[in-house]
Design a protein around this ligand. Sequence first.
Ligand SMILES: [Zn+2]
Length: 368
Amino acid sequence: MNGLTTTLRALLPGAALIAVHAWAQPSLDDFRSPDAPCHDRSRGPQTAVVDTHVHFRPFGGPAVSFEDMVAFLDRSGVRFANVYGIGQMLPVGSPCTYYLDCPGVPVLPTLKNDFANAANFVSDRPENVHLTMSMTFPDLARPETVLARMDLLDREFPGVFRWMGEVNLVKQALFPNAHRAVPLERIAAWAPFMKRLRERNIPFAVHSDLGHDGQPMQYLPWIEEVLRLYPDNPIVWMHLGLSRELTRIDPGVHLGVLRRLLDHYPALMVDISWRVIHDNVFSRPELRAAYLPFIEEYSTRILPGSDFLASADKNFDVYTEELRVTSDILADLSDEAFRNIALGENYFRLLGLDYQAPEICPAGLPAE
Ligand SMILES: [Zn+2]
């Protein structure tokens, strides 16, 4: 437990012995200690302690250093993170750091970021933040290249990579940069690497737009084809299928699709990362009221994330702001749902990590 924490023992009616504490950020060790203090929702931050979707590498140009990025997480109270590279990169030497600024410049998947992240990680493993390295390199339109590259990463960094993603199946925002939807019939050719992922219980985190505001379901067959062919792979569907191109979908229609897929495919999870979802959907009262019951009901199937992109022009304030807004809706959840999503229980279960989310302090307890 960290030195700032004052742990008091308060004897409750019924003689239950509960630890209450002046609020201080829990340490990583608190997540595996049976004596960890409970989480006081009225005093502690409402932001997630897991960031399952954070890009340590930008599309191009200089990155926030690995060390600084870990410090951003640590100072924000994030104790667990998936370290994503980026699923597509601008050419070396390009002045662009964001693909939308550079239409016409091709962006392509690459191994570079995965190597950079893993090399940084093994040379200086952080003490107070648990990092899961992710393979971001796969070009899903060229599945024949994936296994050999997984083997290469395994040789160079044995046992280091425990996640795959964010990989792109269809991302309309990249269409001006020569990305196309992966041809549907090619998804069957993923079988060899999906088998390897299954054997190693490595989640597959995929960006697959549901559609766009003109045609909200245009790309539904893409994610459905993945689920149909690989129902036993742990799959995380990013951003609930939403994007800047799809913000005005009827919530009843959208939630109908999500419920149907989650009910039919027990290994499927969704992530609610990216401030675009907050800014366009969750922050609007009538939409928030529509999505909250869904998040509550499916709280064991949802992962949180900032979708922060670590280009060097961003600082700690940008990270904390993105963490704050992407966590905003979590504050309205029940204790159980908050524990599942924000305090990491879903994440630990999915990866089989030897950690557990703290219990939530009973409401109304005096906490000094
Ligand atoms: Zn992302």
